[in-house]
Design a protein around this ligand. Sequence first.
Ligand code: PEP
Length: 250
Amino acid sequence: MASSRRPLIAGNWKMNGLRQDGVARAKDLAARAGKAAPKCEVILCPPAILVQTVAEAVKDGSVAVGGQDCHAKASGAHTGDISAAMLADAGARYVIVGHSERRAAHHESDGDVRAKAQAAHGAGLVAIVCVGESEAQRDAGQALPVVEAQVAGSVPDGATPKTTVVAYEPIWAIGTGRTPTIEQIAEVHGAIRKALAKRHGGETGFRILYGGSVKASNAKSILALDDVDGALVGGASLDAAEFWGIVESC
Ligand code: PEP
């Protein structure tokens, strides 16, 4: 973790929990984080219907809230969808776009993800753009080209470190308890940083998160890498103590 970039630990609750659990977990974390911002930024991404409730539960502290997805359009006939402005209006400051579960289950292409990131920027949200290879792609020696192509296709022109965070999440590591080796994480993060720097005028300030089976017990070695600026955490973010253990590894 380079000192010039403020680390970010984001919890992706996915489709888990009802109001009572969500508020209790959010308040627990807000109490641990306190009013003064801890060494790293902490954000919670609850299901869309809980964004406003969770934002209210943490409003007096240092924890921020994000959505898990947004539509690319600002409004219109998109039954069941949520716009970036609606998330911002509910109290979100971030939104995850292009999570592999959405790329797979909702057939989202890099172009779709880029449009969502642009919509997020338009609404004043920071887009957390997810990329990551499948196990078959890694086994075929294609991890780097796959991830580089996803970054090129999913991060919009004009993205800056203030508006955009990239999350490297190898699909085969999500929810499986398996993680790449430290060397593999370092290699992919280095390649993402190089690609971002080349395209965005030598800018090296982008935060690049690692995601995939991060727990309190493995966070320290992953977060110690120079090009890892935080973590996107799924399963372990549903347990406040475990999630806080990851925050403390910063
Ligand atoms: C995720 O889905 O973004 C994720 C990283 O999940 P997990 O931590 O459970 O692997």
